[in-house]
Design a protein around this ligand. Structure first.
Ligand code: PEP
Ligand code: MG
Length: 539
């Protein structure tokens, strides 16, 4: 039995086969080859497959994003025909008797370096193209393709780290837990684990992929991963799993009960979701509503923009299944850690401080309006509210409202029904919004505090960077003061305020939040009953 330790981001237990995700380029080892002819043939086959793949990508982009954007694939195709580059790789395999992966990686490094040292900017940029080609070839050579990410049986996912677009591609029904070598507690993998009620352990350091397919136990209480567990460990797991199930049973007796403290102080508990597939957990855990529907997940799961009708159908389904309970849909929040290829966003030095969320919507108002129209139409079928992410100014609210009003006018002209009293709120997740919350409150119907981003921006700590863990204090006085200030400013203006970041589920703070007057906590569905239990027992 082997043991690896990390930090648990959700307390739960599971056992199953390890499935290593291989979306990243594997580490390259130098190996001695005896049959260099066969190795060169293997390399040529990989090169041909890469060419075929690029031709398909080129044609697809030509129709979807136009000649200018498709050109990148032409450049890569040309590189795949460059005799200097390939001659050098073949010679290296032939003369030094090394494996093709190593020859590609070594030669590409040299070519990339000489490109990056050139004076001409255009030539410098070709360095990243060489790296791209090299990665594509190495992936082909090592058979380390994306289809390996298809889960054939329930498995524990192991990866260096996972981006939201990688997690959305996984078949959720088959995920037993997550282990990431890096990662952070407010990453979307952690959020997904909490929604799904499965263990997630981050920061284990590298686990060799030779353990792919082996049996393991994830202990989300202690943060340990046991590979090939002993009989004793398995027996212990079974006993604890049975206790865990008993506890879940006990919590289910709290369904239908109000969230009221012993001294009659009340707070709403809503759920955070990424799409209709999370609704079963929301209903099962008796949420009072949906406090955050991260609508960008609808965009992440696809290869192209979702149409108004497609979005309408989804929002309508959520509104209807929630039977009149509030459903707060946050408008598109992509950028930063949530990248979507078809948006063709520029690469940025600091994506968390970059072109994201409302900034994209206010720039591409067609994308924004498509979503707003879909939401407005769905508002006729339930209790939908709209929430804007990443707001920093009054100006942004005004610009968003203008598109919102235009969308309403269009629907009125088309005689399409919608809720004329639909509420519009904002997320308070930037220090700027918190500091001017007294000015913002009169302009909106409610606030929801996004503590994941509010903490990252207040403390200047990247929420994705696990190596900063020792500097990160989720209970930092600066964050608590900002929350208190936002609650006061909202209430002074007669507006309600909730918390929808991960801190909302932090039970060490529940009493403090109630004391501050927070009106609603929106948490992962698996935390709803635990939080209710905590509240019922508060003085
Ligand atoms: C937040 O920032 O706290 C939040 C709820 O939004 P997200 O985690 O999706 O950025
Ligand atoms: Mg956020």
């Amino acid at each position: 039995m082997l043991e690896f330790n990390g930090k648990s981001v959700y307390n739960a237990l599971s056992m199953g086969k390890l499935h290593f995700l291989s979306s990243r380029v594997p580490t390259i080892k130098r190996l001695k080859i005896s049959d260099t002819r066969a190795e060169i043939l293997r390399f040529e086959a990989a090169r041909n497959t890469a060419k075929e793949e690029l031709q398909v990508l080129y044609k697809k982009s030509l129709t979807e994003v136009g000649e200018a954007n498709a050109q990148i694939f032409q450049i890569h195709l040309m590189m795949l025909d460059d005799e200097d580059y390939f001659g050098a790789i073949r010679t290296m395999i032939q003369n030094q008797k090394v494996n093709a992966e190593y020859a590609v990686s070594y030669t590409s490094d040299i070519f990339a370096r000489s490109f990056s040292e050139m004076d001409d900017e255009y030539m410098q940029a070709r360095a990243s193209d060489v790296n791209d080609i090299s990665n594509r070839l190495i992936t082909k050579l090592s058979g380390d393709d994306k289809d390996k990410n298809i889960l054939t049986e329930p498995s524990i996912i192991v990866a260096e780290d996972l981006t939201p677009s990688e997690t959305v591609q996984l078949d959720k029904e088959k995920i037993l837990g997550f282990v990431t070598f890096g990662g952070s507690p407010s990453s979307h993998t952690a959020i997904l684990a909490r929604t799904m009620n499965i263990p997630a352990i981050i920061g284990t350091g590298e686990i060799p992929c030779s353990h792919h397919g082996e049996n393991a136990i994830l202990d989300g209480y202690s943060g340990a991963v046991f590979i090939n567990p002993s009989d004793e460990k398995i027996a212990d797991f079974k006993q604890r799993k049975a206790l865990e199930e008993e506890r879940i049973e006990l919590l289910s007796s709290l369904k239908g009960k109000p969230n009221i403290t012993k001294s009659n102080r009340k707070i709403d508990i809503f759920a955070n979701i990424g799409g209709p597939s999370d609704l079963a957990a929301v209903i099962q855990n008796d949420a009072g509503g949906i406090g955050l529907f991260r609508s960008e997940f609808l965009y992440l799961q696809r290869k192209d923009f979702p149409t108004e009708d497609e979005q309408f159908a989804i929002y309508k389904e959520v509104a209807e299944r929630m039977l009149g309970k509030p459903v707060i849909v946050r408008t598109l929040d992509i950028g930063a850690d949530k990248q979507i290829d078809y948006f063709n966003l520029p690469k940025e030095e600091n994506p968390a401080l970059g072109f994201r969320a409302i900034r994209i919507c206010l720039t591409d108002t067609n994308v924004f309006k498509t979503q707003l129209r879909a939401l407005l139409r769905a508002s006729a079928y339930g209790n939908i509210s709209i929430m804007l992410p990443m707001i920093i100014s009054l100006e942004e609210i005004n610009r968003a409202k203008q598109v919102f009003e235009e969308s309403k006018d269009e629907l009125r002209l088309q005689n399409i029904p919608f809720n004329e009293n639909i509420q519009l709120g904002i997320m308070i997740e930037t220090p700027a919004a918190a500091i001017i919350s007294d000015l913002l409150a009169p302009q909106v119907d409610f606030f929801s505090i996004g503590t994941n981003d509010l903490s990252q921006y207040t403390l200047a700590i990247d929420r994705q960077n696990s190596s900063l863990e020792s500097f990160f204090d989720p209970h930092h006085t600066a964050i608590l003061r900002l929350i208190e200030m936002v609650v006061k400013n909202a209430h002074n203006c007669g507006k309600w305020v909730g918390i929808c970041g991960e801190l909302g589920a932090d039970m060490e703070l529940t009493e403090k939040f109630i004391d501050m007057g927070v009106d609603e906590l929106s948490v992962s569905p698996s935390y709803i009953l635990k939080l209710r239990e905590k509240i019922i027992n508060l003085p």
